[in-house]
Structures are given as structure tokens and as C-alpha cells.
Design a protein around this ligand. Sequence first.
Ligand code: NQM
Length: 409
Amino acid sequence: MSDAACRDKETADRAPCMWMRGGTSKGGFFLKSDLPGDRVERDRFLLSIMGSPDPRQIDGMGGADPLTSKVAVVEESKRNDADVQYLFLQVMVDKAVVTDAQNCGNLLSAVGPFAIERGLVAAENGQSRVRIFMENTGKVATATVSTRDGRVDYDGNARIDGVPGSASPVLLSFKDIAGSTCGALLPSGNAVDEVEGTRVTLIDNGMPTVVLRAKDMGISGRESRRELEENQSLRQRLEKIRLGAAPLMNLGDVREKTIPKLTMISPAQNGGAISTRTFIPHRCHASIGVLGAISVASACLMPGSIAREMAKTGDGLKKILDIEHPIGKTSIFVEFDASGSIVDTGILRTARKLFDGVVFAGPQPVAKTTANGKAGNENTKRNNGKKPDLGAGAGEAGMVDRAEGGANG
Ligand code: NQM
């Protein structure tokens, strides 16, 4: 990268950036050192390059969908158990909000390739393992990336539903991710709770998720993303349940956060373990998130949960659960020890480098940042757990009625 391409540190008007698809999402990948160190400045810059707040994100790189309005901030790790650190930031589409309150397993699929592209990790011949400390949750994932002649090899035969064509596989493996945001796999201590008169399972195996029965929500569970997004009474009811579930999940005030997710389940239609429709939380996911699918798979295996009654999971200590979604299925590998605890979970994804260059900021909105309050989370540490002072009017631009959700997650 030439000097001319480097960001003007004073005004943060540009930064070296790689645009990448990770799984079924895509977004901007930055080295941490290429972004403003001040969080408010950083978030203003990210909102601007995405074109937020605007439902069409017409003046930026975002794709007018929460799944394409994402950012990964990556740096070398000083930890013994990790090679790199990954901070995921969700840039809301039609609100001036950047949040680190959730993790993203889809964008994670491209962190290994990006780390190799930027020289943070050396490529082995054949396959390279990249250990990634996920700052949003304080947990480590391992990505196995195809590499050849010292470079990432993107071409291959692996296919994932929701992405046309094939690419080389990126294997993601997670150990010990239970309770990564909520503090416990079952944060309420129960396999079933009642929230707003609806039976739910509240679970966090990598992603805080409210599992509900589709039929209890007045739907079949076979509807398209569009049909579900047009169902205003469903969306209002889901939002009420989300706000009611959050305190039971130790998540505090979630009005400006994109967690918990809400997954409505119904019996599998195509030979899988279960069928799902997920709100993330205000838009319906085109498929399902990686960590979201792992959390739903865990609910399917949890004795007493509402998913256990409905799921087809088979026997044995190693299982592959196909989680069906609107455009296919996501296969989750789960391994148990003899005591019945989950010791390993994995998923196959693919990733692709789309663009490498310099991204430019335009007019910069006032950013409202929401932090997740996790121990080890940089933002929280820097602010000592207090809400950042963002000044009068912060985040007012593009505010929408949450029950109607607009184009945000
Ligand atoms: O659950 C969307 C995605 C995600 C998150 C969302 C994800 C995950 O598909 O790990 O990948 O739930 O907001 O990118």
C-alpha cells in the first residue's frame, strides 16, 4: 500500500480495506492500525463508508441489508492461544449505530484468509490453521484455510447454500463457546421459559438466541423471507418477546443491539434436523447465521428444550445436524464427551476476496455506538463499563420504530 493510499490520520477520510465475502455475508476488512484509534471517530468513519444511515446505503459500500453491512477489524494477537484478534462490528443500515454487541461467524470465515493476505499469518503448503481470538465474545475459533505457494487458494469444490458456485473450504472449529455472551448456555437456568405468553428456549452457544415454535407464532415455518418481513403483527410480537427475553438472558437493554436473535422452528421438511426462520432481530435472515445455527443445533440436543421435542438428531457422540432455512441448509458438526457435554462444534464455510484498495469516507454522521459489556471487550475496557459520551443528538439520524425494524438487523 503506497503512502498516498494511507488514511489521513487527522480526518479519517480514507483507509486501506479489503472487501470480502465470508460465508453468506460480506463486508469490509481492516487492519486495526488502519482505522482511527478513537472509537467514536472509527464508528463515524465506518458509518460513512457504508453509507449509513440510509435504507439504500446509496452513498456507501453497504448493500442495504444487515448481512452486507458488516466490518471485521483484525490485528496480530499477543495471546498464546491465538494468532490474530477479530472484532466484529455491525454497521446498522438505517440508523447511525455501530455495535459490537454480537459476534458474526459468517464474516469470521474470511478472517483467516484476510490474516494471510495481510501477512499476519504465514501460509503453509496445503492447509493453514489460523487461531482467531473473537473479541466480541472472548472466545477462540480455529479456521483451516486452503493455501498454495504461500498464498490463499480461493478456488475449490466446496459449496454452501446461499452462495452460487463453489470455492475452497474454510473449516471453522469452536470449543467452549457456551454462554459466550450471556454467561451460560441456558442463561435463565431453564430449558423452557414463558415470555409474553409464549414458550421459548433461551440459549447461547456462541450467539444469544430465542428459540420459538413457528406454530405458536401463527406461521407454518415454510414462509419466505419476504412474506415474513411483510407480516407486521409477527414482527411486533417478536420484538416484544425479544425485549422480554433479554433480561432473562443477562443482556440488559437491547433496544440498540442486534441480539438476541429469534429463531422460529418447525419440523424439518427436507431430511434435516429442524427447519428454521430467523429474525436478526428485525430483518429475516436470508438463511441463518453460523453461530446462530450452532446455538439452534445445541437447542435441538438440549433435553427438555422446545427444539428437542421436534428435532431429528440421531445417536452417537459425533453428529452432523442439518439446520434447514429459507434457502437450503447449514450443516453443523457437534461432538460430545462421555458425560454428554459438547466439546467441539464445527462448520464448513467458504470465503472470497472481492476487492483490495482504499475506501473513502464522505460526509460523516454522528455515531452512536453500543458495546456488549463483555469482559475482554476493548470498548468496554476503554470506557470502564460506562456508556460512552457521544454528545447531544448522537444516533438520532435515521432512527426508526424498532417494531418495524427498517433495514437494520
Ligand atoms: O450467527 C447474521 C450472518 C449473521 C451472524 C446475524 C452469523 C452468526 O449470517 O454467526 O454469522 O445473525 O446477524 O452473518
